[in-house]
Design a protein around this ligand. Structure first.
Ligand code: PLP
Ligand code: COI
Length: 338
């Protein structure tokens, strides 16, 4: 195992030993290979550079309590990158090859998988982008699919602590746009909102729906869940990313914790009725929310800014227990790297 201070890792890039690359040309993907070079060399006029033709995924590898190395539901990431590719006119990287590439990258960088209990995990970043020169606006003919990995700690600075959100005045996704896929352009859209939120002392933005600005959508890099009593409520919308974590939490809430779950439009006007809230995603895991500022009106959840509420804690512990092998997983959720 690499000599890394796992406990002090934040969510930042560290180059690891090997990455997977496959190139698409003349209508077909090549065989793909693990390579050493972390740099990408492409045309100055590549479609990704000029017109942002790029999509990505994020998933993690974990060391379980009994020392196995596992990934969590990589089939869902494989499916989602297929959906993303279709939406922005890119060739589909086949699902079986996606899973195989995940396995190859984890195995080739096994020394970077943080130990059980360290608080860190190995984040995998699959992505695909247009590489040939384009100058008219059109899809590329050539693409590269890559996966690299990097060990990470908590997404929000300061570890697991309640975060502060503000309702954004900027949009991240249009009603009939690309909010439901994992395209780089959505994240470029969120940067100005993010920098200005940080400058105002918030950790993240909560984006309302762009059409009416009356419904809650999601954060720049995570879905949102709300809790009241024994009920979990999470927004349903065509312009939010179908988070693997959120879909898993919905199942865990119902089947493990006996909670009632509502997936439905959530009005901004009702968020003050909830007792707890959290952001959920691969990077965010389940990050408890302390407060949401809606244009000066502060909604403070019952846990406040120092503590994690009981339901969010229970969901967090069950979900991470499943991921790290201390809680029995539903069939097919844990993909062991052998
Ligand atoms: N929403 C957005 C915009 C994201 O970028 C992410 C991260 O992947 C999520 C939600 C959470 O999705 P998942 O749980 O699949 O990581
Ligand atoms: C992830 O959770 O995997 C994401 O892609 C979110 C990203 C903003 C880091």
């Amino acid at each position: 195992m690499k000599n890394i201070d796992w406990a002090s890792l934040g969510f930042a890039y560290i180059a690891t030993d090997k990455r997977y690359v496959s190139n698409y040309k003349d209508g077909a993907w090549d065989d793909g290979a693990l390579i050493d070079d972390p740099n990408v060399t492409i045309s100055e006029s590549a479609g990704v550079l000029q017109y942002a033709q790029t999509i990505f995924e994020g998933l993690k590898a974990y060391t379980t309590k009994d020392g196995r190395i596992v990934t969590f539901r990589p089939d869902l990431n494989a499916d989602r990158i297929v959906a993303s590719a279709k939406q922005i006119e890119m060739p589909v990287f086949p699902k079986e090859r996606f899973i195989d590439a995940v396995e190859q990258v984890v195995k080739a960088n096994i020394e970077y998988v943080p130990p059980f209990g360290s608080g860190a995990t190995l984040y995998l970043r699959p992505y695909e982008f247009g590489t040939n020169a384009v100058i008219g606006v059109k899809p590329c003919l050539e693409y590269q699919f890559r996966i690299f990995c990097t060990p990470v700690g908590p997404y929000y600075k300061g570890g697991i602590r309640p975060i502060k959100l503000r309702i954004s005045d900027f949009d991240r996704a249009a009603p009939h746009g690309t909010g439901h896929i994992k395209a780089g352009l959505n994240y470029a859209m969120s940067l100005h909102a993010s920098v200005t939120a940080h400058a105002e002392g918030f950790d993240e933005n909560l984006f309302p729906d762009s059409a009416t600005r009356t419904l809650v959508e999601e954060a720049g890099g995570a879905n949102i869940i709300f809790i009241k009593g024994n009920k979990l409520v999470t927004p349903k919308s065509n312009s939010i990313l179908p988070s693997v974590t959120r879909r898993s939490i919905v199942y865990v809430a119902k089947e493990y914790l006996g909670m009632e779950v509502e997936e439905r439009p959530v009005a901004l006007a009702e968020i003050g009725d909830f007792e707890e809230a959290g952001l959920c995603g691969t990077a965010a895991v389940i990050s408890p929310i302390g407060l949401i500022n809606d244009h000066g009106k502060e909604i403070v959840f019952s846990n406040g800014l120092e503590t994690v509420g009981p339901k969010v804690r229970e969901l967090y512990e069950t979900l991470t227990g499943i991921q790290m092998g201390t809680v029995e997983a539903p069939e097919g959720w844990i993909h062991e790297i052998k």
